[in-house]
Design a protein around this ligand. Structure first.
Ligand code: ZN
Length: 211
């Protein structure tokens, strides 16, 4: 994954292919767009507490605002996905521009963390042939979500909590935005309950490898 993502051990790979109880444990990928923000570290704290990981779909030009947060996220095994340099709508850009903004974000992540970024989270969920072609050329995967919490709209911790819980199932990719305090409050509540229910919190890359 991006830098800190743990390599898959032979054991884990084997577990993924057999019916061991561990392999049966439901997994969920919580993804947080538009950060990093001052609220991000509260999520890192809880992921660290439960030994889980999230995927942080960062905006390139925000990385220098909170370099310690970004470095910590990677160090602790979370994944950084590229969510564009400046939240441009990529489907309005030509291949050269798209390549440039993806590369500049990836380069920024590499400079700070030494890690490779392999996941592209589209802005506005917008995907077209150009983006897919650029992603393929850069050997990156484009990943949207299966559940949109609409947290940006409700800006309400309980509503976000309910949306995460309603969408939670094995293999779900949940979209949240860690720029809102209410989102982080709601996500923290959901993570506590999902943890009790046996869920494993995995990065997008880990979900792809194992499901
Ligand atoms: Zn966004």
């Amino acid at each position: 994954g991006c830098g800190g993502a743990r390599p898959v051990s032979a054991e884990a790979e084997e577990a993924g292919e057999t019916d061991t109880p561990d392999a049966a444990r439901p997994m969920i990928a919580l993804t947080f767009d538009d950060g990093p923000s001052v609220h991000t570290e509260r999520l890192l704290n809880l992921f660290a507490k439960y030994g889980g990981h999230g995927t942080f779909c960062v905006i390139g030009n925000r990385i220098d605002l909170l370099p310690d947060t970004v470095a910590r996220a990677v160090r602790e095994g979370n994944e950084l996905a590229g969510h564009s340099w400046d939240h441009c709508q990529r489907t309005r850009l030509g291949a050269d521009k798209v390549t440039e903004e993806i590369e500049s974000t990836r380069q920024k992540i590499f400079e700070l963390t030494g890690g490779a970024c392999t996941v592209i989270r589209p802005t506005y969920g917008a995907v077209n042939d150009t983006l897919m072609r650029v992603a393929k050329d850069l050997d990156m995967i484009v990943v949207n979500w299966s559940v949109d919490t609409l947290d940006w709209k409700t800006r309400d911790a309980d509503a976000t909590y309910r949306a995460v819980m309603q969408g939670a199932e094995d293999g779900a990719i949940i979209l949240c935005h860690d720029i809102y305090s209410s989102t982080v409050d709601g996500a923290l509540m959901a993570i506590d309950i999902l943890q009790e229910q046996g869920y494993e919190f995995v990065t997008v890359n880990e979900l792809y490898r194992r499901r």
